[in-house]
Design a protein. Structure first.
Length: 88
């Protein structure tokens, strides 16, 4: 499973359309409308990296002009790391 975050910029005036499209698309866990240089903060989950790539390619057809994607590591990867204890 691949968890990622995408920060999206859309064509001005198309925010409502894109929001509705994102909320109904498989693989999207949550959508947040944000203000500033970009328009949406989206949390995605796919079965594999190829699935993520395919989902991001679909964005290009849906009034999304730019997407920046960040992969999220599994929570289990950080179990051995506890910065509070390390700094104490």
């Amino acid at each position: 499973m691949v968890i990622s975050i995408a920060i999206l910029k859309v064509i001005p005036g198309q925010e409502k359309f894109v929001y509705c499209m994102l909320k109904n698309k498989d693989g999207i866990l949550d959508v947040y409308h944000i203000f500033g240089d970009c328009d949406f903060f989206v949390i995605l989950r796919t079965d594999c990296l190829d699935g993520l790539k395919q989902l991001l390619e679909e964005f290009q057809k849906d009034n999304i002009t730019a997407a920046r994607t960040i992969l999220v590591s599994y929570e289990n990867d950080m179990q051995e790391f506890n910065p509070i204890e390390t700094l104490a």
